[in-house]
Design a protein around this ligand. Structure first.
Ligand SMILES: [Zn+2]
Length: 302
């Protein structure tokens, strides 16, 4: 009996490992090897439907962005991992601080990855690309139901002039051997304080489908050039001709909130000192221009 159970266990583990090393079958999630992917009641992605009377969290009782800071990506390549994820390892590139309910959390950026066809829909509309910035709670508590923060950006093809300096346009999808250097996050977050931000509790959209994700969906649809879209399509489409986007999951009794996008930009102490020095120099210059005699006052100290 014991021996049979061990064989059964080994078979299950082997199935799971094989599943992760192979490609994900997006039309048969029962092959993903995790029952929660099928039976979970808080799965992702979802359709964000404005007819559902989205709740407005204007008093920051549900979630509030406190601060965040990202450092440029250097010496990184786009990697293809687990047979389903095209990602950039960004585990040392920054953090996002949030207050969720009445607790303060620091989420460290872990990876950035890409989905051909958006996973989330807004008012039942799907978009061309979805980018996920996956963050992991700094407390490393495996049992926490706030283990992840995933920030999602939805992209639509723009056939007009697209900003070549935007985050996605600078990524080398047509040559994943090319190293990414000096890639800043500024363009992703420059207008964050003026946007609609959707927040809900859900799960990872790939195995293990862990239901401990705080989802932050950026409401403003981003632009991607047709040529960059084709680069992504050629890359991901090689293994996933229909895309690597999971089907929409039922909301069940979950709520979707529009959270306040006001936050305190973090200024590093180095930048702060630099700003103070520049202000002092400007003040001294103005004093000198208005009253050259004042220089004599300083000379008396020399
Ligand atoms: Zn994803």
């Amino acid at each position: 009996m014991k021996k049979n159970f061990s064989i059964f266990l080994i078979q299950i583990i082997t199935t799971i490992i094989n599943c992760y090393e192979g490609y994900l079958n997006y039309t048969d999630e029962s092959s993903w090897g995790n029952t929660i992917c099928i039976t979970g009641k808080s799965q992702s992605p979802i359709n964000i439907n404005s007819d559902l009377n989205l709740l407005i969290d204007d008093r920051n009782e549900i979630a509030k962005i406190e601060s965040f800071d990202y450092y440029p990506i250097n010496n990184q390549k786009i990697q293809f991992v687990h047979g389903y994820k095209y990602m950039i390892d960004t585990s040392k590139n920054g953090f996002f601080n949030m207050k969720i309910k009445d607790k303060f959390y620091t989420f460290n950026l872990h990876d950035i990855h890409f989905h051909l066809n958006s996973e989330h829909k807004i008012n039942s509309k799907s978009y061309d690309i979805e980018v996920h910035l996956v963050h992991i709670n700094s407390d490393n508590n495996y049992f926490s139901n706030n283990k992840y923060l995933v920030i999602a950006f939805l992209y639509k093809i723009d056939y007009g002039v697209v900003d070549n300096n935007s985050f996605i346009e600078q990524l080398p999808f047509n040559n994943i051997e090319q190293e990414i250097n000096n890639l800043e996050f500024k363009s992703l977050f420059s207008k964050l304080d003026k946007q609609t931000l959707y927040f809900y509790k859900g799960g990872l959209t790939t195995p293990y489908c862990d239901e401990s994700v705080n989802w932050l969906i950026i409401g403003e649809i981003q632009k991607i050039s047709y040529s960059k879209f084709l680069d992504i399509k050629n890359l991901i489409g090689k293994n996933y001709p229909l895309g690597n986007n999971r089907e929409i999951k039922p909301l069940n009794n979950r709520k979707i909130y529009i959270i306040s996008s006001k936050y305190t930009p973090r200024i590093s102490s180095f930048k702060l000192i630099l700003i103070i020095i520049i202000i002092c120099m400007i003040v001294l210059f103005v004093i000198y221009k208005m009253c050259p005699e004042s220089l004599k006052f300083f000379e008396s100290f020399i």
